[in-house]
Design a protein around this ligand. Structure first.
Ligand SMILES: Cc1cc2nc3c(=O)[nH]c(=O)nc-3n(C[C@H](O)[C@H](O)[C@H](O)COP(=O)(O)O)c2cc1C
Length: 245
């Protein structure tokens, strides 16, 4: 049995699953673990949609760029930042409806991410594997339509869960001291740190067990962020009632 820290340090996303199902009881235990995460001002601004219908999953897989594991995974969840209940709390207590403040967007999104990470970690602790699916934000309005999400709710990402076909290699993170600063941010090291990590990741990508390629962290990251700008998101979020002020 791994310790919690060992489970955390052996995380690797899983995109290939065996045929074995995940019981509803297990899934609900994982969701309870998700709910146990800390919550900003205890607003609990996350909802999870368990997507069972294959045809809905197929549409989501397609809009996410052809991610076949969205259909094949035993479990597919969509994690939503949800201010509906918070809005009702405000109205119920005579304080007026929410007005789309940026702070509320951040707190709802952070709450949702914490729930999701707890779900994934709980899943990994019992031998399940999974992967986040940010690709759903390629067409978030279609996801809202498919899942009947009301205003003040937006889909942050999906998550596939299931029993892994194989144990995937752990991707080396930045050396810890690259992200841990003492007392003040140390900008002077950034260039050297990225250079060193690029070399480490280049060696990793060239020698790992599957999908070997010639790349490094900065090339990969620059390509990814430039490709996935998703310029529709601001308008989409504003239409949902987020980021209005
Ligand atoms: C918010 C978020 C969205 C992601 N979206 C996708 C996705 O759409 N498809 C995918 O295959 N992986 C996705 N990933 C997984 C990342 O690619 C993966 O976590 C990263 O490459 C590090 O690899 P590891 O998780 O195996 O350590 C996402 C991860 C996060 C945190």
């Amino acid at each position: 049995m791994k310790t919690v820290m060992e489970t955390m340090l052996s995380h690797a996303s899983v995109r290939q699953f065996t045929e074995q199902s995940v019981s509803q009881e297990t899934l609900e235990s994982l969701i309870r673990c998700g709910q146990a995460a800390a919550s900003s001002s205890f607003i609990q601004a996350a909802s999870v949609i368990q997507v069972a219908q294959t045809k809905v999953r197929a549409k989501i897989a397609e809009l996410a760029g052809g991610q076949t594991w969205v259909v094949a995974a035993p479990v597919f969840l969509v994690f939503c930042a949800d201010l509906q209940r918070v809005n009702y709390a405000c109205v119920k207590n005579g304080l007026g409806a929410l007005e789309g403040h940026t702070e509320h967007f951040i707190t709802a999104t952070v709450d949702t991410a914490l729930v999701a990470q707890n779900v994934l970690l709980a899943a990994e602790s019992i031998g399940l594997g999974g992967v986040f699916i940010g690709g759903i934000r390629n067409n978030p309005q279609l996801v809202c339509d498919l899942l009947k999400l009301p205003e003040q709710v937006y889909p942050v990402f999906g998550m596939c869960l299931g029993w892994p076909v194989q144990t995937n290699a752990v991707k080396p993170r930045f050396p810890m001291h690259t992200i841990l600063h003492t007392d003040r941010y140390d900008l002077s090291q950034v260039t050297a740190q990225v250079e060193a990590y690029d070399q480490q990741m280049q060696a990793y990508y060239q020698t790992r067990g599957s999908q070997q390629r010639v790349s490094n962290w900065s090339a990969q990251t620059a390509g990814a962020v430039q490709k996935k700008q998703r310029p529709h998101l601001l308008k989409f979020l504003q239409n949902r009632g987020f980021l209005l002020r």
